[in-house]
Write a protein that binds this ligand. Sequence first.
Ligand code: BGC
Length: 370
Amino acid sequence: MFAQKNNLFVIIPATLLCLALFFCCKKQKIEDQNEYSQSLKIVVGVSMPSTIMQRWQKDGASIKSQLETSGYAVDLQYAGENDVSLQINQIKTMISDKVNVLVITAIDGNSLTDVLKEAKNNNIPVIAYDRLIMSTDALSYYATFDNNKIGQLHGQFIADKLGLEVLKGPFYLEAITGPSNDNNTKFLFGGALSVLQPYIDRGTLVVNSKQLTISDCGIDKWLTGTARARMERLIQNNNYRPGGSKLDAVLCSNDTLALGAIEALKAAGWSPSSGFPVITGQDCDRETIRNLIEGYQGMSVFKDTRMLAAKTARMVDALIKGVTPEINDTITFYNGVSVVPAYLCEPLLITAENYREILIGSNYYKESDF
Ligand code: BGC
């Protein structure tokens, strides 16, 4: 009995020691395995322009999760608040870290020529995400939305709301658009003007400020505060107030600009009950949906970031596997060096009438988000 007890004193600690050693080794083995598979992983460097804009937060999250689902590791970096030199440095670091593919939304489409030369020298293919990158031969593909169509949706919405086809007017319009160093601006603004210019030529639509070029109407970095300041100047110079000069529409090329215009118009006394000017936008930012519901903004455009991310993830996959991804444009996007093959996703017009069906119906938002 005593001998049996004595044996137990030896057996139990020995068993515990063995178990401890077993689990310890197993843990080490799992860690080694993870490190090993991690070291085999293909890494995609994703460079996004800004943390302050909802659009890029959603895009960053979508592209990261879709690439990870496809088995890739993702190095996702945001360049602060649209900081061009930070973006260049982040891309440089990704190149020296030897990422396998780069996906980039440029802050300034003209500023990446040198850093992309380095990417090319290191055989790292580059995909331009949403914004075309200019003056480089390092681009493999471009994934975006049809920005010309978005501009046309803006112009057509204003034309329909004001009845430009049937009424003589005159109606009064001002415009706020993106910066000239974002290649999308010329498609957005050009698309809108392709619809509105005939009415301007006919005198049905009047632009009191006479400002209708990108250099007059473009807002650096698409900032809400700068758009608000432009709208305030327009209000002051032209006395756009209820009871003052008429203002029927403000063509805004996206939601951050629309937000600035709305803030300035509200402060000048405009309200939906006194006939708020027709305001356009794009991106369907959360705050914009509230403005649609409350009657401050007439429309926005839904660019489903999940769809753009999926198309981009497929381009990454194709580059890794050496096959050709689906593209639907091989002629439009000349970046000053070559024509970049592109995939253009379809944008959708959103108003207070259909946002529920499209945005909540597709699980992009929940009702409680607004
Ligand atoms: C994008 C828009 C976005 C804007 C500001 C443009 O290049 O196409 O969707 O609103 O940048 O971030």
